[in-house]
Design a protein around this ligand. Structure first.
Ligand code: SF4
Length: 281
């Protein structure tokens, strides 16, 4: 078992009242109900529940700056599966990976700045994120979606109605981040590069095909390891198809445009002031 994925330890700490913040991956909405998921995490013992979307917004700003000043091929590094594959199977491309945090680590940094005594727990669709968290001092634990369902079941935590909000970091447009192409679209890469210089690929087989035979025209590779993106992650439910899950994410984006969210709950640049979102790979 990976050290930061020790569920019984996390459960024990939650029961003991250790202050923890749940950082929810934006693909959650294809798996759980919003806003019931927030009630359920609080009932499980989390002191704070936040969305990862603001972390995504912050790294988008870094991508924009890097692409504006770059030459040659740039490969997105938000997906832990892509990073691990390149490091292990295609080390010649390691230099092309963007040296910017993933939304998980970026959000971990912001949470540690706001609540330095809280432990950060990433709620994840992904197995690779457990490896990334293992190397990050900003993410203390990871619980995957299947493990979270089990925890809700074991602790008899039921879905709840009634208004409840994320404690922080509402950001509407980055809600599409877990979808294939979400990064490129929300970071407005099309304002910097031409259409035929950008390639979006989902699924590791197709990614490997490109890496084995790269197209020299491509300047930005926006790629996600799983077919469909994070909504097709290894710990997601298979009850819904990828198009059905995609629709749920898009509906959530539409809902966000109509929600009345107080300013104090939104992700604002001030929250991230002084934080560097660069990383070594
Ligand atoms: S695309 Fe798959 S491997 Fe990559 S971060 Fe999302 S769930 Fe993990």
């Amino acid at each position: 078992m990976l050290k930061k994925n020790n569920i019984s330890k996390i459960e024990k700490e939650l029961k003991k009242g250790v202050k923890m913040v749940a950082m929810v991956a934006p693909s959650f909405v294809a798996e759980f109900e919003y806003p019931s998921m927030i009630h359920q995490l609080k009932d499980l013992g989390f002191d704070k529940v936040v969305e990862l979307t603001f972390g995504a917004k912050m790294i988008n700003r870094e991508y924009h700056k890097i692409l504006k000043n770059s030459k040659g091929l740039i490969i997105s590094s938000a997906c832990a599966g892509v990073v691990e594959t390149i490091k292990n199977k295609y080390p010649q491309y390691k230099k092309n990976l963007v040296k910017v945090d993933s939304p998980m680590t970026a959000t971990g940094k912001i949470c540690k700045k706001l609540w330095p005594k809280h432990k950060t727990v990433f709620i994840s669709p992904c197995e690779f994120k457990k490896i990334e968290a293992g190397k990050s001092k900003h993410v203390d634990y990871v619980i995957d979606y299947e493990q979270l369902r089990e925890l809700f079941k074991k602790n008899k935590i039921k879905k709840k109605r009634g208004k409840v909000l994320f404690d922080k970091f509402y950001n509407d447009y980055t809600k599409i981040y877990p979808l294939s192409g979400g990064l490129g679209k929300t970071a407005q890469i099309r304002k910097i590069l031409k259409k035929d210089e950008i390639l979006t690929i989902e699924g590791i087989k197709e990614i490997m095909k490109f890496l084995d035979k790269p197209d020299p025209k491509i300047r930005f590779l926006d790629i996600l390891f799983c077919v469909g993106g994070c909504i097709g992650g290894p710990h997601t439910s298979k009850k819904l198809t990828i198009p059905q899950k995609r629709k749920k994410v898009l509906n959530y984006l539409e809902l966000a445009k109509t929600e009345d969210i107080p300013k104090t709950r939104k992700g604002v640049i001030e929250n991230a002031k002084g934080i560097k979102f660069t990383r070594t790979l």
